[in-house]
Design a protein around this ligand. Structure first.
Ligand SMILES: NC(=O)NC(NC(N)=O)C(=O)[O-]
Ligand SMILES: [Zn+2]
Ligand SMILES: [Zn+2]
Length: 537
């Protein structure tokens, strides 16, 4: 029976390291913190048998000084050399670049009861994410102007526990107003985001291909990307009642039918017509288009592949929930799994994995989009009326790794999908890889440790009840293995060279370390990322 299911949890955990100085911090006079690490040394070495570098997994040490990676030394090259600074030995634990989530909705200000900067960034840290880029909608007001970006920054300031950057919104109101868009870009958004279907948020209306073309021409100058929710509604209205009266709004298949793959395909067809201009010599050369949360692994993916082959500047992400779940497994009434585009059937999921492994899908993101439990209509279970969005920040690493086992996913692939390519999309040149000179944004975790995840498990949720990854409603035959983030030690004072393996304990300690005002760490460890890079002179 469902409620008896034990969820296998793989492993891990950890902690991580230094969130650091970031690019151009908005108010540098107020951000002159010297502290840059959860480890209380200015100069130290992290040692492990499994350090994930762009050149492969090595046994060795990462030397960190004042929040930056000073050197990376292979074990065989250590001999005879002395190390200046403290050594923190993580043994077999994996040392990897912190994850960069380029798609999360922290609904603060305005809808902080859905998700806020403190709760969302704690959850991110618990999931191994060291940098998160916030979407311009679901907060109120939406981030569509220089003024509304200021409100975001004010809401985030000194309330965040991982580095945070912002996407701005491309909406009809600003799309043809280049100076308004430039003001938003100059104020520091890392790029823009738009919807090709209703977003569910009144002050974030959808754009069409003309708006998108205009947006790209401004973005070209700044060399920042446009992210697009690629679905075009094929009927005249969003259905709140089943189209076919014999269908039940409480059944997942009814919802699935309302958003067929043709919605994604129609949008992507229009987008790839526009991205032809991003080719060298094209009118929008220098701009880049990124398709968020791809679910359709058939025609939509084929269109993207063709565009890439033709030289368009285009990338695509998918999300852990499309890789973990399939429509067949979603129980009637279980609206925790409602999102847009929808989770499709198992065959579609297999093809998404294939595309990811073959490099046709470039990266992963959470699309963490929670709301209050009441709007998920958990009791009623009406899929057509419930809020669409999956809450998942704290699970992205565990889920990708655990479900990826079947496909032979490697640590290098994880780093590519979750760090290196997202860093590039967000213009974070000093993030995304463990390399000399980069910021020491690091996650340390144990991929091989398993344990059960149940409702008593301490994870950082605003609303645990809406998480698709917690609870008892999945079929047993999924053979789910969960992974978890591990923190290296219970308290900094007691930190030694030995990693502790009590995960519950460690998870709690991760939170204390990252966020606790009494832990001795300040939230000023982390930064608001304000872009001032990339604009052509
Ligand atoms: N307003 C939203 O957060 N929408 C999100 N909703 C989902 N994915 O179901 C999204 O990213 O489209
Ligand atoms: Zn979306
Ligand atoms: Zn989203």
């Amino acid at each position: 029976m469902d409620y008896m299911l034990q969820w296998r949890v793989l492993p891990l955990l950890t902690l991580l390291a230094s969130f650091l100085f970031l690019f151009y911090v908005q108010n540098s006079s107020k951000s002159s913190h010297k502290e840059c690490s959860l480890i209380p040394y200015q100069h130290y070495w992290i040692t492990s048998k499994r350090i994930v570098t762009p050149q492969g997994v090595i046994s060795g040490s990462v030397e960190i000084k004042e929040g930056k990676i000073l050197s990376i030394v292979k074990e065989e090259d250590w001999q005879g050399k002395s190390k200046v600074g403290h050594i923190v030995d993580y043994e077999e634990a994996v040392v990897m670049p912190g994850l960069i989530d380029v798609h999360a909705h922290l609904d603060d200000p305005g809808r902080a009861e859905w998700e806020g900067f403190p709760s969302g960034t704690k959850a991110a840290a618990a999931g191994g994410i060291t940098t998160l880029v916030d979407m311009p909608l679901n907060s109120f007001p939406s981030t569509v102007s220089q003024e509304t970006l200021k409100l975001k920054i004010k809401a985030a300031k000194e309330r965040i526990y991982v580095d945070v950057g912002f996407w701005g919104g491309l909406v009809p109101e600003n799309a043809f107003n280049a100076s308004a868009l430039e003001a938003l870009l100059n104020a520091g958004v890392l790029g823009l985001k738009s919807f090709m279907c209703p977003s569910g948020i009144n002050d974030f209306p959808m754009t069409n291909a003309s708006h998108i073309k205009e947006g790209l021409s401004v973005l070209a100058k700044y060399r920042r990307p446009l992210l697009v929710h690629a679905e075009i509604q094929q009927d005249s209205e969003i259905h709140l009642e089943p189209k076919d009266s014999s269908d039940d709004a409480h059944s997942y298949s009814t919802y699935l039918k309302t958003r067929p793959p043709s919605w994604e395909e129609a949008a992507i067809r229009e987008l790839v017509a526009v991205t032809k201009e991003t080719r060298s010599g094209g009118l929008a050369e220098g701009s880049h288009l990124h398709i968020v949360h791809l679910s359709d692994s058939s025609s939509s993916l084929e269109l993207i592949k063709e565009a890439k082959n033709g030289g368009d500047s285009i990338t695509v992400e998918t999300c852990p929930h499309y890789l973990a779940f399939s429509a067949e497994d979603i129980h009637d009434g279980d609206t925790r799994f409602k999102c847009a585009p929808p989770i499709r059937d198992a065959a579609n999921k297999e093809k998404l994995w294939e595309a990811l492994l073959e490099g046709h899908i470039d990266m992963l993101s959470s699309d963490h989009s929670p709301t209050v439990p009441e709007l998920k209509l958990l009791d009623d279970g009406n899929f057509l009326r419930a809020w669409g969005g999956i809450s998942s920040l704290q699970f992205v690493l565990p889920v990708t790794w655990s479900y990826g086992q079947k496909y032979g996913v490697t640590l290098e692939q994880l780093a590519l999908w979750w760090s290196e390519r997202p860093a590039k999309l967000a213009g974070q040149e000093l993030k995304g890889a463990l390399a000399t000179g980069n910021l020491a944004d690091i996650v340390i975790w144990e991929p091989d440790v398993e344990f059960d995840l149940n409702d008593a498990y301490p994870v950082y949720f605003k609303h645990p009840i809406i998480s698709a990854y917690m609870g008892t409603k999945l079929p047993k035959n999924e053979n789910i293995a969960w992974v978890w983030l591990k923190v290296g030690q219970s308290s900094l004072g007691a930190r030694s060279n030995v990693a502790i393996r009590n995960h519950h304990q460690l998870l709690l300690n991760l939170a204390v370390l990252v966020i606790g005002p009494k832990s001795g760490f300040k939230t000023s460890l982390v930064k608001i990322l304000i872009s001032s890079q990339g604009m052509d002179a």
